[in-house]
Design a protein around this ligand. Structure first.
Ligand SMILES: NC(=O)c1ccc[n+]([C@@H]2O[C@H](COP(=O)([O-])OP(=O)(O)OC[C@H]3O[C@@H](n4cnc5c(N)ncnc54)[C@H](OP(=O)(O)O)[C@@H]3O)[C@@H](O)[C@H]2O)c1
Length: 254
């Protein structure tokens, strides 16, 4: 089984921390050239050094169309290809009933979580994938929240459900040049989800999961490697839940 990514070039949004950094690290270990992007330059620089294998970085907002074009043209100029696009950067600026959300935060959530993945996918499609020999991949980081309702983060979950459908749509359009899949994490111990696992809450959620632990970035990264490798090449249009069994557990905590 071939899980190597030698000769492939990957862009990972939100690659400076958490799940994105975990994916970038495993891609680099599998032999890929990696470009990470996120907003804070110094955090990107430190992450790129830690990832190693010549990891590049550019600082900017994943939802900025000019930045998207700049990153993809830099990658094309440096490597001549952009095989793997990981749409990982996400935002959740609002907590509360979806019915009460203000339009600016609703629009921001949609822009970063749904519009940006479309922009990046289109940019790598136009620059490389559409004329390539195939073997390319788009990996979207959605959430188990995309399958359920939630009293607090429902608006965010609506965008994650939309990202799952965008994944299916792009899989139908980008085959056979690229497979397109979504990874749907349960609770992963990152800064983004800190409020959900800090203190005793993390232990409560972990105990409600059949696998009795919270997720780690590596759990997502292992799947991201499979999806981009030869071994995952017939897998497309899928929303793959990786949640320690949370969605199928008897307890609904977390
Ligand atoms: N952690 C969980 O439990 C969980 C569960 C389900 C789904 N997810 C999803 O997993 C993805 C990654 O989350 P995480 O938990 O790894 O979060 P994290 O540890 O907070 O990392 C988020 C990364 O994204 C970057 N980022 C955020 N907004 C950005 C923007 N507008 N433009 C560019 N970069 C941006 C951050 O860097 P800067 O702040 O420097 O930009 C950072 O590198 C998100 O899509 C999230 O919705 C997470």
């Amino acid at each position: 089984m071939d899980l190597r990514l030698d000769d492939k070039v990957a862009i990972v949004t939100g690659g400076s921390r958490g799940i994105g950094k975990g994916i970038a690290l495993e891609y680099a270990k599998a032999g890929a050239q990696v470009m990470i992007v996120s907003r804070k330059a110094e955090v990107c620089e430190a992450a790129a050094e830690e990832i190693g294998h010549g990891c590049r970085w550019m600082a900017g907002n994943a939802g900025d169309e000019v930045f998207v074009a700049d990153v993809v043209s830099t990658v094309m100029a440096d490597f001549g290809r952009a095989d793997i696009m990981v749409n990982n950067a996400g935002t959740n600026p609002y907590a509360g009933p979806t019915i009460d959300i203000d339009l600016p935060r609703w629009n921001k959530t949609w822009h970063v979580n749904v519009t940006a993945p479309l922009m990046w996918s289109k940019a790598v499609w136009d620059a490389h994938i559409k004329e390539s020999d195939g073997g390319c991949s788009v990996v979207n980081i959605s959430s188990v929240g995309g399958f359920a309702t939630n009293p607090i983060i429902g608006a965010y979950d609506v965008t994650k459900a939309a990202l799952i459908h965008l994944t299916k749509q792009l899989a139908a359009e980008m085959g056979p040049k690229a497979n397109v899949n979504a990874i749907c994490p349960g609770l992963v111990k990152t800064d983004f989800a800190r409020v959900l696992w800090e203190g005793d809450r993390g232990d409560q959620v972990a105990q409600a999961y059949p696998m009795k632990r919270l997720g780690e970035a590596f759990d997502m990264a292992a799947m991201a490697v499979l999806l981009a490798s030869e071994a995952g090449s017939w897998l497309t249009g899928q929303a793959i839940v990786i949640d320690g069994g949370g969605l199928v557990s008897f307890s609904k905590i977390g």
